[in-house]
Design a protein around this ligand. Structure first.
Ligand code: SF4
Ligand code: SF4
Ligand code: SF4
Ligand code: FES
Length: 634
């Protein structure tokens, strides 16, 4: 431990702590601009200059490691005048006419810093040079005139997202933020995660939806989780007057550490579907508004009627986006009742049924945090650019930290451009690839296997050598294999993981894919004479295939948040909350149970999925067990 004195306060800090962090630990705030807790220290803006006893010049606190017995002053006249000078330079460099800026009045770190220093003006002529505004991106706008060149966005895109889209071009007053080699952001390699927008300290990067919709002080922030996929990123949902303003990554979230993807940040903002706001019953061929009691009575009568039939019962299908509480009740209502019921999920176990029967208990799946510790990663059966993007960010940034990354896909996904070990193999040859890799690992590779795979045996030997030399290898797999028998591929992968002592993680589908599987909601679905179809769609948009498969059923009940082709064909429609309007739990793909909190209040006639299931259960005379914790098998 090092002993320091900061503004007269004595403190002991671990070796390697920066002066900025040490000051924070002592309860002393030093102003910063280019620094951000999620990024590596950079030392670009010089706003954090402090006086160190014995040092010839002022030093940047964000990059300076604390030394033993260091004496630091953060509030001397010299320090304050340096801060004002730095701020004056920043203000005069570009257009900072605050009244016209969306972040002015509380959300701009530059303006806030100036107020903190009690600045009323800056004594330098502004540089009147006009810079472009890049409005080519569908989700955000880049106004170079407000940019202070702090490079937080550049570093976030590289260090946190691993995408390296942003960079700087030119020098001095002409320095400018660029995407790729100077293309508009909208046609760049940007994957629209929005991390740069969230981390920008000024009004240079602004989000199209939330701009001018209120400052942070007018907004309620709800700490919750994203239900866009089975990773379960921590997010903050920003709302104002019960309307969604913005979604931000939670920097403190254990799973994602602040980064989120396009699906989590921007898709909910672009929601265009129409809500269902009251129960509906089809009368004389037309859907008409009804009370909850009327609608649930029609549903329960129909279900009871069908339960007495010898053939053709109920096909009950739930979305894997429902919280644990809802899925648990859904399963109790439809499983084990009399009648000939088909009970499954909208995923029909696509992501889980192949892994379900494989013995996972021997070694548990690893969490995504293990990616940071791995020195070799193999990803297969998953397109990490399109799906589970945050896992993709973890993998891409591992490449930057000199982890060897092998990506195996059937077609180009863009991942190959990040790693020298991006392999595109023949469609349907995954099993042969894994066998070849295993053989090469044991120095027994035969050339004939390679013809099927479509890459050379030398390449496979090279990959196997990486496994031989790795101390902490990890395999991340999905089930998007072209191979006919996906279970065999997964078995072979797990066998290989076991022989190479690799950790493994399987990526699944929607937010509660794993829990749905634990409830056995993963059988494939056929209408097969079902007289009634009950679709608990929640806020999922039914696929065209699902719609076509059920639209001719004699009686359709749709429990959903949004209007769809299926709700239009339903006989009864039950309006329910969307993910932002309900509390509930979700089990991540690696088995962590997390809580989602309600951020918006639903319209008065909309019920939560649990409320509907409980009311329906009571109409059916069922005793439902609300204790969901015992249903989670982890
Ligand atoms: S970025 Fe900040 S300082 Fe610049 S104009 Fe906007 S509010 Fe003012
Ligand atoms: S949105 Fe994400 S990928 Fe695109 S430039 Fe910003 S940080 Fe990079
Ligand atoms: S756009 Fe924002 S984060 Fe990026 S360099 Fe400019 S001010 Fe900094
Ligand atoms: S915050 Fe230290 S140099 Fe910018």
């Amino acid at each position: 431990m090092y002993h320091l004195k900061i503004d007269g306060k004595e403190i002991d800090v671990p070796e390697g702590t920066t002066v900025l962090k040490a000051a924070k630990m002592a309860g002393i705030e030093i102003p910063t601009l280019c620094d951000h807790p999620a990024l590596e220290p950079y030392g670009g803006c010089r706003l954090c200059l402090v006086e160190i006893e014995g040092a010839r010049t002022l030093q940047p606190a964000c990059t300076l490691p604390a030394g033993n017995n260091m004496v630091i002053q953060t509030q001397t006249e010299k320090v304050k005048s340096a801060r004002t000078f730095v701020l004056s330079m920043l203000f005069s460099e570009r257009n900072h006419f605050c009244p016209y800026c969306q972040v002015s009045g509380g959300d701009c770190e530059l303006q806030n810093a100036a107020y903190d220093e009690e600045m009323t003006h800056w004594p330098l002529q502004p540089n009147w040079q006009v810079f472009e505004v890049d409005a080519s991106h569908p989700y955000f706008v880049l106004d170079h005139n407000r940019c202070i060149l702090c490079r937080r966005c550049v570093r976030a895109c590289g260090e946190l997202v691993g995408n390296f889209t942003l960079g700087m071009e030119e020098r001095g007053s002409k320095t400018i933020l660029v995407a790729d080699l100077g293309v508009p952001l909208g046609s760049s390699s940007c994957v629209s995660c929005g991390t740069c927008v969230q981390i920008c300290p000024t009004g240079a990067l602004i989000d199209r939806w939330s701009a001018y919709r209120g400052h942070e002080t007018d907004i309620t922030s709800t700490e919750t989780i994203c239900v866009g996929c089975s990773i379960g990123c921590g997010i903050n949902v920003l709302t104002r007057n019960n309307s969604l303003v913005r979604i931000e990554g939670n920097w403190d979230a254990e799973i994602n550490g602040g980064v989120i993807c396009e699906v989590g940040r921007f898709h909910p903002m672009a929601e265009k579907r129409n809500r269902i706001v009251t129960p509906l019953i089809r009368r004389n061929g037309v859907l008409k508004a009804a009370t909850w009691d009327e609608a649930l009575s029609v549903v329960s009568t129909k279900l009871q009627e069908v339960n007495t039939l010898k053939t053709g019962g109920v096909a009950a299908i739930a979305t894997t986006r429902l919280p644990v509480e809802g899925l648990n009740l859904f399963s109790q209502i439809f499983t084990g009742q009399s009648g000939n019921n088909v009970v499954t999920s909208t995923e029909e176990g696509f992501y889980t049924s192949f892994t379900k029967d494989i013995e996972f208990s021997v070694r548990k799946e690893a969490g995504l945090e293990e990616i940071n510790k791995a020195d070799l990663l193999l990803t297969i059966g998953v397109n990490l650019v399109k799906d589970h993007q945050v896992a993709g960010f973890f993998v891409k940034r591992a490449i930057g930290k000199e982890t060897n990354v092998i990506t195996v896909t059937n077609e180009s996904t863009g991942m190959e451009s990040f790693t020298p070990y991006g392999k595109i193999i023949n469609k349907g040859s995954e099993l042969s690839f894994v066998s070849a890799l295993n053989s090469a690992y044991h120095n027994q590779l035969h050339g004939e296997i390679m013809e099927k795979v479509g890459i050379s045996s030398q390449e496979v030997v090279k990959l196997a050598t990486l496994f031989k030399n790795a101390k902490n290898p990890m395999i991340i797999f999905g089930v998007e294999f072209e191979a006919k028998n996906k279970s065999d591929v997964i078995r072979a992968l797990l066998q290989f993981a076991s022989e190479t002592n690799s950790k493994f993680a399987s990526l699944k589908g929607n937010a509660n894919s794993l829990f749905a599987s634990q409830l056995n909601l993963d059988s494939s679905f056929t209408l097969n004479g079902s007289q009634v179809v009950f679709l608990a769609l929640g806020d999922e948009d039914p696929s065209q295939t699902l719609t076509q498969r059920v639209e001719n059923a004699p009686f359709i009940i749709v429990q959903a948040s949004y209007q769809s082709a299926l709700s239009a064909k339903a006989d009864v429609v039950l309006p329910v909350t969307n993910w932002l309007e309900q509390n509930g739990h979700y089990v991540t793909s690696d088995g962590k149970t997390q809580e989602a909190k309600r951020a918006l209040v639903p319209a008065s006639d909309i019920k939560s999925n649990e409320e509907v299931f409980l009311a329906l259960g009571s109409k059916l005379g069922l005793v439902l067990d609300e204790n969901w914790m015992d249903a989670i098998k982890i």
